[in-house]
Write a protein that binds this ligand. Structure first.
Ligand code: A5A
Ligand code: MG
Ligand code: ZN
Length: 469
């Protein structure tokens, strides 16, 4: 693969996912193909969340005084907030922030909604656009200033234990979500200096893009009672006392789509998991002058049958060379291609091309089990893509025993390097500077008999470092 970022930009353009020519930095246009991938991806996520959450929709604008209430939170976002200062020509007497995230939009309302212990827990989510004036280099879908696909969940609990449980449940939901998409990940607890502003702690999912740099693709935050105290969110206990609630929030973004594209793609272009591909199957009729109509009719009938079975199928009747069509659908990442000519109809067998393996198989097209067989191939594609992605991911995680080794591994092979670390902030920051990496976080607690790779003190944590996006 050519340099990843070049490949990535080219495929976004060629496959008509995103148009980056919109004249505001960090803000881009979803084109129909991209929008469909986004939609199917969100469908999967919604389905997972809807089992235990309710979807809501809060306003985009947050009054300055609400945003400012939680001091640590606002400090974390102060350099990234876009402000609305005018209504027409009139200067507003209270500035309004474009939400960088929605804690300070939602929690004043939560304070009104939460009354009694019987009301709890609350589990809400919304899918919205959020705005962050990012100062680091912006990249489409990866670091944007308008995050167009910000799924944020916010939960409210009566006890710390329930809150902790919810963190685990959220991690489990994201696991399932990324597993469905075949996106590999590590789960770590971020260092204290890198947690979400206002959180007790942050759990993060990171994946590795083809250039060996990691991308944070999701975070789950235990907010404890920090926001509850700031926004006065209390509930009445069974004993009639008023207690502050405990909260969590967790989010994912457009980076999911970036990962699907980056991780599964290859030199031919996109390779989409069937679950999110706008077309799961394309039928390409192989037409000769003789018998053309018969082939088309057969293909239309086949397309109808596949559609009736709930599959997203496209019959390409355009008067173009088959080879040109093959090239296009390979580039667009369509998982399965069926090639149907007069001889195939006669023999009841056709060529089916798998985008993941770039291999052809023969499939019986007239048996009762045709639909079943197509479905099993699609399942096998999903499974194969997932295995392949995890294989490559695991090959890019190596554990080391010295700082020198860590530096060498990162410089030569990128990816993720793991070792034991004491957990001390100053030690961690020195290490980050010395090795030119970021600490992703800690993986396991309560390890004994190991020494910190950097300072030599007792190490309690297996720690992951990487060059990050
Ligand atoms: N309220 C919580 C959920 C929150 O805002 N968490 S967060 O700040 O960590 O953002 C959630 C996720 O959004 C991150 O894990 C990251 O995957 C993604 N994200 C953050 N900034 C982004 C940006 N500028 N562009 C694209 N995705 C971004
Ligand atoms: Mg930031
Ligand atoms: Zn140390």
């Amino acid at each position: 693969m050519t340099e990843f970022s070049e490949w990535f930009h080219n495929i976004l353009e060629e496959a008509e996912i995103i148009d980056i020519r919109y004249p505001v930095k960090g803000m881009h246009v979803w084109q129909p193909q991209g929008f469909k991938i986004r939609k199917y991806t969100l469908d999967i996520l919604r389905k997972l969340l809807d089992e235990t959450h309710e979807e809501v929709l809060f306003p985009l604008l947050i009054p300055e005084d609400e945003l400012a209430k939680e001091a640590i939170h606002v400090k974390g976002f102060e350099e990234e907030v876009y402000w609305v200062t005018h209504g027409g020509l009139t200067e507003l007497n209270k500035k309004l922030a474009l939400r960088p995230t929605s804690e300070t939009a939602m929690y004043p309302m939560f304070a009104l909604w939460v009354r009694n212990h019987n009301d709890l827990p609350f589990r809400f989510y919304q899918v919205v656009n959020t705005f962050r004036y990012e100062t680091k280099h912006t990249r489409p879908l990866i670091r944007v200033r308008e995050i167009t696909t910000f799924k944020e969940a916010h939960t409210v609990h009566a006890t710390w234990e329930e809150c902790e449980e919810q963190v685990q449940k959220a991690v489990q939901i994201y696991r399932e979500f990324f597993d469905t998409l075949g996106i590999p990940y590590t789960i770590t607890k971020r260092p204290q200096w890198d947690k979400f502003p206002g959180a007790e702690y942050t759990m993060a999912f990171d994946t590795i893009l083809p250039d060996g740099k990691t991308l944070q693709i999701g975070t789950v935050h235990n907010l404890g009672q920090t926001f509850a105290k700031t926004f006065d969110i209390t509930y009445e206990t069974a004993e009639g006392e008023h207690e502050y609630v405990y909260q969590t929030c967790y989010g994912v973004s457009d980076r999911i789509i970036a990962s699907i594209i980056g991780i599964h793609g290859d030199e031919k272009g996109l390779c989409l998991p069937p679950s999110v591909s706008p077309h799961q199957i394309v039928i390409v009729p192989i037409i000769f002058k003789k018998g053309a109509l018969q082939v088309l009719e057969f293909c239309r009938n086949m397309a109808d049958n596949l559609k009736d079975a709930g599959l997203r199928v496209h019959l390409d009747e355009r008067d173009l060379r088959a080879g040109k069509k093959f090239y296009e659908y390979e580039m667009r990442g369509v998982p399965l291609r069926l090639e149907i000519g007069p001889r195939d109809i006669k023999n009841k067998n056709a060529v089916v091309f798998r985008r993941d393996k770039l291999e052809k198989e023969i499939i019986n097209i007239e048996s009762d089990t045709f639909i079943h067989n197509v479905n099993s191939i699609l399942d096998d594609i999903t499974e194969n893509m997932k295995e392949r992605a995890w294989g490559s991911f695991n090959a890019h995680i190596r554990s080391v025993e010295t700082v020198h080794e860590a530096k060498k591994e990162i410089e030569e092979n990128r990816g993720i390097v793991s070792f034991y670390w004491c957990g001390d902030e100053q030690c961690g920051k020195d290490l980050e500077e010395k090795v030119h990496v970021d600490i992703l976080g800690i993986q396991e607690n309560n390890i004994s008999n190991f020494k910190c790779i950097y300072c030599g003190k007792t190490a309690e944590y297996k720690t992951l470092i990487a060059k990050t996006y």
